[in-house]
Design a protein around this ligand. Structure first.
Ligand code: ZN
Length: 554
């Protein structure tokens, strides 16, 4: 049988254990037909075979981006990007130019406004924003998306200028005098302003409600949402991504993706969770089971439950075991009580669903591990591969529990303060010196047997896996006495391929280049192993192939 596609003259990094390298790959239909030398593989060419010269670049399994937010990321591609903007003047200039270019946008949204965008000592408030843009609603998001800042016009139109009662862990921050300061912490505080956007907050579909859009989108809205998601998928394919673990979503998200699949426009494999919120009862997990049964294919599947146990360090909403280093008497409020989470974990596990929980502080991480342990006690140990997302701070006693409970550590190389253009403050002061050695502790976790999956958490960080791998490799210590958490190239790539496949029970089908595996491949512009680490970000995908089909061509 002739191959459909042959890629030759590459440095093929199979990502099999032992880092096997060879030269060429042949594809037939949706599968890999052969991995071997140029001579071996070229022998499979026929008159109709498409032959691709990799020109000495790395050829490897397509990246598996194991934590991201497709709809939100796609919706933000047009927003004002404030990465690297610092100081009032620079902010005023950036917002002013953006607002002038978009005279008819009702709500102007900026992203990547870091917590020290005005200065390290002066927090951003609505008053700064009013001076920049007094008459149109403006909302700026922090990189982590857990905090946003609105101007007075936005707060007034959203009806929250005088504050709003929100659930535990959320806060409309107030200033003296009974008015909102403009700072909004977590989704319940932010969503009234986001509701002013043209898509009525569905930009963050599923992230807010954990439910389905109501009313159900009409044909025009459905078509609009399809376009948004399509652009998001194109963005992923352009960065060499072939599989996505989306971290929010609902049945509606799956219906949109299924429609793209029918049209032959689903450019990546996507896994979508049921988003369980703290106001739900465990009966809601029936919906997760329904989603899991309806969607279990290799291109589109559900089968996992996503929850948030806490918020983020920078807004003191992450849950710590001890008082915050810079805020005595405060440890954060968990979004689920210990008992409530145990119940959810046991029931989801009993249903055979995988669980992925956002847990940033060491208190939240422990609560999640306790819930997973309870599931083992009640349901017996099974191959559940539950996950903890982020793990920015972990207690020393909990590190070995990842391996013993078979729990995966899902971490993001662009997230440590000081990496990827992020400032050190306020994060390192929140964590406090005493816990720095257990913060973003990639190698410390690996050393005790934890399996690490890597991702960008797009749109929290830019989606580019190669830049993320670079950040993992050049991670800087905040002080000399800290452990070295830098990753090797192969460790970081492994966490973007093989481990990502393991995280979705697909290690026998993808994440490596092997005969019979899915034809998910990226060809890069250079040989990664022979590129200086400080130049890695210059390496780009040239061709991305998913399911045997070219999804991106430079
Ligand atoms: Zn996330």
């Amino acid at each position: 049988m002739d191959a459909d596609v042959i890629i030759f003259n590459g440095v093929v990094l199979t990502m099999q254990d032992g880092a096997v390298r060879t030269e060429a790959v042949a594809l037939l239909g949706r599968d890999i037909l052969k991995v071997g030398t140029d001579t071996e593989v070229k022998a499979l060419a026929g008159p109709k075979t498409r032959v691709i010269d990799a020109k000495g670049g790395t050829v490897m399994p397509g990246f598996i981006e194991s934590h991201m937010h497709l709809f939100a990321g796609a919706g933000e591609l047009d927003n004002l990007d404030l990465q690297g903007v610092h100081g009032f003047e620079a902010l005023a200039q950036a917002v002013g130019a953006y607002a002038a270019a978009r005279p008819s946008d009702y709500l102007l949204i900026g992203n990547q406004a870091d917590y020290t965008i005005i200065s390290e000592t002066e927090p951003l408030t609505r008053h700064h924003l009013d001076r920049i843009l007094p008459d149109r609603p403006l909302l700026l998001f922090s990189p982590d998306h857990h905090t946003a800042w609105a101007n007075t016009t936005a707060l007034t139109r959203a009806g929250i200028l005088s504050g709003k009662v929100v659930g535990a862990g959320n806060e409309v921050v107030m200033e003296a005098g009974g008015f909102a300061s403009g700072e909004l912490r977590e989704s319940e505080a932010i969503s009234p302003v986001m509701a002013l956007s043209p898509s009525g907050n569905r930009d963050r579909l599923g992230l807010i409600t954990g439910g389905e859009p109501e009313p159900y989108p009409d044909t025009a809205q459905f078509a609009h949402d399809l376009e948004v998601i399509k652009r998001g998928l194109e963005h992923c394919a352009k960065h060499g991504i072939t599989s996505i673990h989306n971290m929010d979503g609902n049945l509606y998200t799956l219906e949109l993706l299924a429609e793209l699949d029918r049209r032959g426009e689903l450019l990546c494999r996507v896994m979508v969770p049921f988003h369980f919120k703290n106001f739900m009862t465990v009966e809601a997990l029936e919906r997760a089971s329904t989603m899991a049964k309806a969607y279990n294919g290799e291109k589109l599947k559900s089968g996992f439950v996503k929850l948030f146990m806490d918020g983020v360090l920078d807004s003191w909403t992450a849950v710590m075991l001890d008082d915050y280093a810079d805020r005595k008497g405060w440890r954060g409020e968990p979004l689920f009580s210990v008992e409530q989470f145990k119940k959810v974990a046991v029931e989801a596990d009993r249903r055979g669903l995988q669980i992925a929980v956002h847990a940033i502080g060491d208190g939240a991480v422990r609560a999640v591990l306790d819930g997973y342990e309870e599931a083992v006690l009640v349901n017996c140990k099974r191959d559940s591969r539950h996950r903890v997302e982020h793990i920015e701070v972990v207690h020393g006693d909990d590190i070995s529990r990842f391996a013993s409970l078979g729990v995966l550590a899902s971490m993001q190389p662009p997230h440590p303060p000081g990496s990827h253009g992020l400032p050190l403050e306020p994060t390192i002061s929140r964590i406090g010196k005493a816990k720095w050695h257990l913060a973003y502790a990639w190698n410390t976790l690996r050393a005790e047997g934890a399996r690490l999956v890597f991702a960008s958490d797009w749109p929290v960080s830019d989606i580019n896996p190669i830049r993320s791998v670079q950040s993992a490799m050049i991670r800087k210590k905040w002080s000399d006495d800290l452990p070295d958490q830098r990753q090797t190239l192969l460790q970081a790539l492994g966490s973007y391929t093989r481990e990502g496949a393991y995280a979705e029970f697909a290690e026998g089908r993808k994440g490596q280049l092997e005969e019979g595996f899915l034809a998910d491949i990226v060809i890069l512009s250079a040989d990664l192993e022979h590129t200086a680490v400080e130049k890695l970000h210059e390496v780009r995908p040239v061709t991305t192939i998913c399911d045997g089909v070219i999804t991106y061509q430079a």
